[in-house]
Design a binder for this molecule. Structure first.
Ligand code: ADP
Ligand code: MG
Length: 361
């Protein structure tokens, strides 16, 4: 297990990148703490696999260094980095049995036969394939083959890190949940540094201690699920995470008040944005429908009952917005006003969150 340091790291697939736009991975500095479980979350094409493959050594970065426990491994081949990586699609030896596939990484390291046998049985149990150990991998479903790939990734106990690149894509939904739970318990048991790539927020939020959110080649926030919910550092984090995502209103800020559609709304703290496009971000959970005189006028478009609560779709002066109301709440029809729960108000300047005055960094 190791701490992984990304030092001034950036990558372009072009040999002569001209501008920042030519970089699939924009400059990044970060320490991945030894023994933590991270999820790397972002839309398709934002650079997740690029970053993961640089960490594993499948790709050499065009700029910067990677260190494992302060040792520079930037130019070290994958094999020397002592990591396990599981990909989106199965990588198995078709002519070998399930057992031999699982045993392969251990035999490769010269582990003794009795240890290999018992470890393979443990892993087979985790992936639910004890009954198929003596079958050849050829002829198994894609789903079963992917479970073998996962098992092979988890079989060694002495790796520096475990890297997973959207490993559950081909797995059916029920088994997905089961395997994710297994990965999580594996993490608790062995305390490996784990990096789990996904475009699925639920997967990221349930798996990880820390979620690394990427957008357009850039890491926009690293935080606990709670931090991403309460203080999205970038508007992308606000609307990508959450269901529905965060509402954004164009605003002019004057100290402790925002002017939205000509209405003064309290912010609960003082802000001094540096200019650019200023927006107030409020998650649907923190929007209240009210008949308060001082609220922001809103038209109720429709109400969706999603079981535990209701989602109220609104038109706020031409901006689409959503509010979450309790299952038993009376929803007025037609027009209403909305107010903000002050603990859920964030201010953004050109998409980046502005810290309120006095907030601890
Ligand atoms: P993700 O895993 O988040 O979907 P990738 O890291 O695969 O994203 O890709 C990031 C960007 O780099 C995309 O624009 C993609 O088209 C580009 N890219 C990925 N692999 C290559 C490659 N081998 N050659 C050129 N461009 C690539
Ligand atoms: Mg990818």
């Amino acid at each position: 297990m190791a701490k992984i340091t990304l030092d001034n790291l950036a990558h372009s697939y072009l040999s002569h990148p001209k501008s920042e736009d030519d970089f699939a991975l924009k400059e990044l500095n970060h320490d991945w703490v030894d023994g933590e479980a991270y999820a790397l979350l972002g839309a398709s094409g934002c650079g997740k696999s690029t970053l993961l493959n640089i960490i594993s050594g499948l790709l050499e970065p065009s700029q910067g260094r990677i260190l494992f426990d302060d040792q520079d491994v930037t130019h070290a081949p994958t094999a020397e980095r002592n990591i396990a990586q599981v990909f989106q699609f199965p990588v198995v030896y078709d002519t070998m049995t399930v057992r031999d596939n699982l045993a392969f990484p251990l035999r490769n390291r010269g582990e003794d036969a009795s240890y290999v046998a018992s470890r393979v049985n443990e892993i087979a149990k985790m992936i639910g394939m004890e009954a198929e150990l003596d079958r050849k991998a050829r002829g198994l479903t894609a789903d079963a083959k992917q479970k073998i790939s996962l098992g092979r990734g988890m079989v060694r106990e002495d790796v520096n890190a475990l890297l997973f690149d959207e490993p559950l894509t081909v797995i059916d939904p029920h088994m997905k949940w089961e395997l994710r739970t297994q990965l999580k318990s594996l993490h608790h048991e062995f305390g490996h540094t784990m990096i789990y790539v996904t475009h699925d927020q639920t997967e990221a939020l349930t798996f990880a201690d820390k979620v690394v959110v990427m957008y357009d080649g850039r890491v926009v926030q690293i935080g606990t699920p709670q931090e991403l919910f309460e203080r999205p550092a970038h508007t992308f984090v606000g609307y990508f995470i959450g269901s529905p995502g965060m509402n954004l209103f164009d605003a002019q800020i004057d100290g402790q008040t925002a002017l939205i559609n000509g209405v003064k709304m309290p912010l609960g703290a003082g802000f001094a944005p540096a200019g650019g496009r200023t927006q107030v971000g409020v998650r649907p959970e923190f929007i209240r429908l009210s008949d308060a005189e001082n609220g922001l006028p809103a038209k109720i478009l429709r109400v969706e009952d999603v079981g535990r609560h209701k989602i109220v779709r609104l038109d706020v002066g031409g901006t689409q917005a959503s509010a979450i109301a309790g299952e038993g709440d009376e929803i007025p029809s037609g027009t209403s006003r909305v107010t903000f729960d002050l603990k859920g108000v964030n201010v953004y300047a050109d998409d980046w969150r502005v810290s309120p005055q006095g907030e601890a960094a």
